[in-house]
Design a protein around this ligand. Structure first.
Ligand code: URA
Ligand code: SF4
Length: 192
């Protein structure tokens, strides 16, 4: 329960946050949701339209794809913890700016510090870029090269953590044919 309490404390701060301009247009801060004791954390990019309204990560179409991927490997969403690199929706779902990521990342790092997961899954290029920079990953390349790969965090905040690069579920919203690649990549989660 301690983890739950610490997360709630951090969430309360984020809900009042004005560290970047996105506070002006958000309806809700989307802090994250799931099991504070989770061994696996999924991190997307930023809240979209539905997430902004409900305050819950991955609750729109990309969330439906994510649920399909979870069931393909017999994961329950409630056993995981899901969040995003930035906590407020960028207007018109534009890409988050470097300054916004920099302003927001302490919330995510605090979430990791509290949860201490064994595995982090980057959903898409923005979260992968953050980890590539943070941990100086040996593996170089974009998400289209690294998707499905399990990497070691090495030196850094959480040395024994594994980092898995995965395509963003929205990829299969725009191109349903891609779901088979996403499902194949998710299989590695069963192995680790
Ligand atoms: N896309 C994301 O990256 N995160 C969400 O929470 C929803 C859609
Ligand atoms: Fe604060 Fe992050 Fe929201 Fe910006 S995106 S206002 S840093 S919580």
């Amino acid at each position: 329960m301690e983890k739950q309490r610490l997360l709630e404390e951090c969430q309360a701060k984020a809900s009042q946050c004005k560290r970047c301009v996105l506070w002006e247009t958000r309806k809700n801060t989307v802090f994250g949701k799931g099991n504070p004791e989770a061994r696996i954390v999924f991190v997307g990019e930023a809240p979209g339209y539905n997430e902004d309204i409900k305050g819950v990560p991955f609750c729109g179409k990309a969330g439906d794809v994510l649920d399909e991927l979870f069931s393909s490997v017999n994961f329950k969403r409630e056993d995981t913890y899901i969040t995003n690199i930035i906590k407020c929706r960028p207007p018109n779902n534009r890409d988050p700016l470097e300054d916004e990521i920099k302003a927001c990342i302490p919330y995510f790092e605090r979430q990791l510090e509290i949860i201490k997961p064994a595995v982090i899954c980057c959903l898409g290029r923005h979260s992968l870029r953050y980890f590539a920079n943070k941990f100086s990953l040996k593996e170089k390349g974009s998400i289209s090269v690294l998707h499905g790969r399990v990497m070691e965090a090495g030196e850094g905040l959480f040395p024994s953590m594994k980092i898995v690069a995965l395509y963003h579920p929205a990829v299969a919203v725009y191109d349903p044919g891609k779901i088979s690649i996403l499902k194949k990549d998710f299989q590695v989660l069963q192995e680790i």
